[in-house]
Write a protein that binds this ligand. Structure first.
Ligand SMILES: *[C@@H]1O[C@H](CO)[C@@H](O)[C@H](O)[C@H]1NC(C)=O
Ligand SMILES: CC(=O)N[C@H]1CO[C@H](CO)[C@@H](O)[C@@H]1O
Length: 178
C-alpha cells in the first residue's frame, strides 16, 4: 500500500488507532513481563531517535513489579561512548497493560503482545510538534521468535511505521552491561 497520506490524514489515522486502542492487550498480568529481557528491535516514526546516539536507542534488561503496581524498568543507554544503566518508573493506569512514564516528556506505554518468549511495547510521546511513536521488540533470549517478529511487523504497519524505520539491534553493537 503506498504511503501517501497527508500529514493531517496520518494524524487522524493515528488518533483513531490511539483512541480505539483495538490492539491493547485484553488479558494482561504484570507478572508476565517481569524479569530479564533483551531488546532485539526498535522502530519509530522518527528514525533518528533509534539510531546510534538517539534518545530512544535503549536496551531494556529487566522489569520489576513494585508493591504499588508500578513497574521499575531497567535499561542501558550509550552516553559518551559508555553503556550506562538507568531506570524509569512506569506508572500504572486504569487500563491493564497501559502505563505512563517521564522520559523526554510524558510517554504512554502499552504492552501490545506478551508471551513467554517475547514482548512488544508501544511508546507514544505527544507534544506540540506532533506524535512520536517508538515500538520495541524484546525477547527472553537473543534469538528472534518468528511469531513475535510477525506480530511486530503487523503492529509497526498498523502504526504507520515503514519497514525502513525498523532497526535490528541483534545485529548491532549491543549495550546491555557496563
Ligand atoms: C529501580 O531499580 C533500580 C535498579 O535498576 C534501583 O536503583 C531503584 O532504586 C529502583 N527504584 C524503585 C522505585 O524501586
Ligand atoms: C522525542 C520527542 O518527541 N519528545 C517530545 C515528547 O513530548 C515532550 C512534551 O511533552 C517534548 O518536549 C519532547 O520533545
Amino acid at each position: 500500500m503506498p504511503r501517501r497520506h497527508s500529514r493531517g490524514m496520518k494524524l487522524l489515522l493515528l488518533l483513531s488507532v490511539g483512541l480505539g486502542l483495538t490492539w491493547a492487550l485484553q488479558d494482561f498480568h504484570p507478572e508476565q513481563v517481569t524479569g530479564p529481557w533483551h531488546t532485539l528491535k526498535l522502530a519509530s516514526t522518527d528514525r533518528s531517535l533509534i539510531e546510534e546516539g538517539g534518545a530512544y536507542r535503549c536496551f531494556m534488561t529487566d522489569i520489576v513489579l513494585l508493591d504499588n503496581g508500578n513497574l521499575n524498568v531497567t535499561y542501558f543507554h550509550r552516553k559518551d561512548g559508555k553503556c550506562v544503566k538507568e531506570f524509569y518508573i512506569a506508572e500504572k493506569t486504569d487500563t491493564p497493560g497501559q502505563y505512563t512514564f517521564e522520559y523526554q516528556g510524558r510517554n504512554s506505554l502499552t504492552f501490545v503482545h506478551v508471551t513467554e518468549d517475547f514482548a512488544i511495547m508501544d511508546l507514544e510521546n505527544q507534544s506540540e510538534g506532533g506524535t512520536t511513536i517508538v515500538i520495541e521488540f524484546h525477547g527472553r533470549s537473543l534469538s528472534t521468535d518468528e511469531l513475535g517478529w510477525e506480530r511486530y511487523l503487523v503492529h509497526t504497519r498498523r502504526r504507520g511505521i515503514a519497514p525502513e524505520n525498523i532497526v535490528d539491534l541483534s545485529l548491532s553493537r549491543r549495550c546491555d552491561t557496563h
